[in-house]
Write a protein that binds this ligand. Sequence first.
Ligand code: AMP
Length: 285
Amino acid sequence: MKIVNRIDELRTMLTEEKTEGKTVGFVPTMGYLHEGHLSLIHAARKENEVVVISIFVNPLQFGPGEDFDQYPRDIEHDEALAREAGVDYLFYPTVAEMYGERPTVTVKVHERTDCLCGKSRPGHFDGVATVLTKLFNIVAPTRAYFGLKDAQQVAVVEGLIRDFNFPIELVGVDIKREEDGLALSSRNVNLTPEERTEAVHISKSLRLIREAIENGSTPAAALAEGIGYLQGHITGSIDYLEALSYPELKSITDVRETIIVAAAVQYSKVRLIDNVIIKNEQPRG
Ligand code: AMP
């Protein structure tokens, strides 16, 4: 595995690989790797001849007062995990390498951001779209892998790839969970032991809502039940618990469409997110 800090260096190396006709799978991350990231890397490894991951805690996607400084970092551990997972190139740039003194052009996302995390984190998805535009241009992958843990991000990236004509196949990968159901996240280490114990109820409430909808409840009734359950079981504050169409992220007008039920909970130092997607197999019309 090659560790590369410079944009031009990575470009040169990958251009060489591509002239040999090799496919490139790309996994963008903010590091502090866990099994969730590894499932993306394994998927990329299976489907591509070259696997590139990036580790970059992108300041542009953190708002004022968010956890940019407290975001966990451990590059040595990440290097070992990436090497073991069969990564070929680990791109690990500095903020100065990515943005110079400050960016002069950024990307603005217009759809799918007025709800869920977009509502409580203004500018977050603009920061995500800006860094991904740069990373897509630098790596120019055949396929890019994103976790459905950040399902709104996947919906935004789908729009970015389509609108900016990136010749990249987007691959969404299922959520990896702890045994008790908590979605894996680099941020979980910043939970207190009490918060970690009760955080299991986030995924439980989502499962409860999914089961209610699958058993014929309306999304509104199922949500009300889920919100009641969550309020009764956690001390963190519920930022949102919503059901929307997916990937459009609009109000549900037809119960036969694919639905996302998503939650965000704010704890003392960490904001946790999770979701379930309910695919409707019934024929429409
Ligand atoms: P992050 O480092 O948190 O920015 O995540 C990098 C990528 O890993 C994103 O596409 C995430 O959606 C994905 N990811 C993070 N946690 C999980 C998880 N528990 N299961 C699947 N994918 C994940």
